[in-house]
Design a protein around this ligand. Structure first.
Ligand code: FES
Length: 319
């Protein structure tokens, strides 16, 4: 195992972090109890998490200040101090978005998230010290370098959270689905209840809305919960894990923390049978990890792709 993997592995397994995480979670659950605030912090309006975009300003300005310190002349010191001031002022919004995302994590990702946050807090504190030293006529260089190092560690762990542990990633990004009409089940078997079927291993949620059959991915785009175990509210389904709501007809996110819409299937009823297919642009792209990479999906053959399953109870933890 490489050195970096050993560090990730150690943090992910470190159960001594959990009591601290519990107290921090209680604090932020109370501080961020406004649903409207959580909605804005989630990034739902952007279509992806806000936190990675919001860190751009503090990370960019603070690291630029350190670069000016290291590579620039003494006349650039005032500019570096202003950059640090701007970075410190913009950091709270980015941090709040991060804490909001962190509240929906569990287990290994929660531990890594807490260490990520701690590194960034150390980084910001170091830059605050550097700013103060500059104001008093000092160079603030050592504190600036310490801040850059701590923010670097925080960014490295943030990358692990997103790219290795999948926090913030649309869990249906690599999900297949038939692009040709595929027989699923008898139309009489679809009611207004939430029903899961599996098509070529892909879970799909079926129900009736105003009399017609609608179908969206059954895997929540936020953290992968089985939506058919959620609640139906008017024309929406409420996720059983973190309460995101999705429009059953369009798949659009009506309520965060999810930021990505559910993949939608076209549905038709033919001779008492339900058939469906996916047709959005993203379902047609070459999938880098699936069996269809670089070739066409196999054609439908009279409905023998689809298998109706009875959903087993699943763990109610994010995956
Ligand atoms: S898994 Fe988090 S809202 Fe669905």
């Amino acid at each position: 195992m490489r050195g970096s993997e050993q560090i990730f592995d150690r943090i992910e397994r470190e159960e001594r972090i959990d009591p601290v995480a519990g107290r921090v979670s209680a604090f932020w659950t109370s501080a961020l109890r406004s649903e409207k605030l959580r909605d804005v912090l989630s990034g739902r309006q952007l279509g992806h998490p806000l936190h990675p975009a919001a860190v751009l300003v503090p990370a960019g300005t603070l690291l630029s200040a350190t670069l000016l310190d290291v590579t620039g002349s003494a006349e650039l010191r005032p500019a570096a101090r202003r950059l640090i001031g701007l970075g410190l002022l913009s950091a709270p919004a980015a941090a709040l978005a991060g804490w909001s995302d962190w509240l929906d994590t569990a287990g290994a990702e929660r531990r890594v998230g807490l260490v990520h946050a701690a590194s960034n807090i150390v980084g910001l504190a170091s830059y605050a010290v550097s700013w103060r030293q500059r104001r008093r006529g000092g160079s603030g260089l050592a504190a600036s370098l310490a801040g850059a190092t701590a923010l670097g560690v925080g960014g490295w762990l943030g990358g692990h959270l997103a790219y290795a542990l999948g926090v913030g990633v649309d869990t249906t990004a690599f999900q297949h689905g038939p692009t040709d009409w595929t027989d699923v089940l008898a139309a009489s078997e679809v009611t207004t209840e939430l029903r899961q079927v599996e098509i070529d291993g892909v879970p799909v949620l079926l129900t009736r809305l105003d009399g017609r059959v609608v179908a969206i991915s059954d895997r929540c785009t936020h953290r992968g919960a089985p939506l058919h175990e959620g609640e139906r509210t008017d024309g929406c389904v409420r996720c059983p894990w973190h309460g995101s709501q999705f429009d059953l007809a369009s798949g659009e996110v009506v309520r965060s923390p999810a930021t990505r819409p559910q993949p939608v299937y076209e549905v038709r009823e033919t001779a008492g049978r339900v058939e469906l297919r996916r047709s959005e642009v993203r379902s047609l792209r070459a999938n880098p990890v699936g069996p269809s990479a670089g070739r066409e999906l196999r054609p439908a053959r009279g409905g023998d792709h689809a298998a109706v399953t009875t959903a087993e109870p699943r763990a109610s933890q994010p995956v």
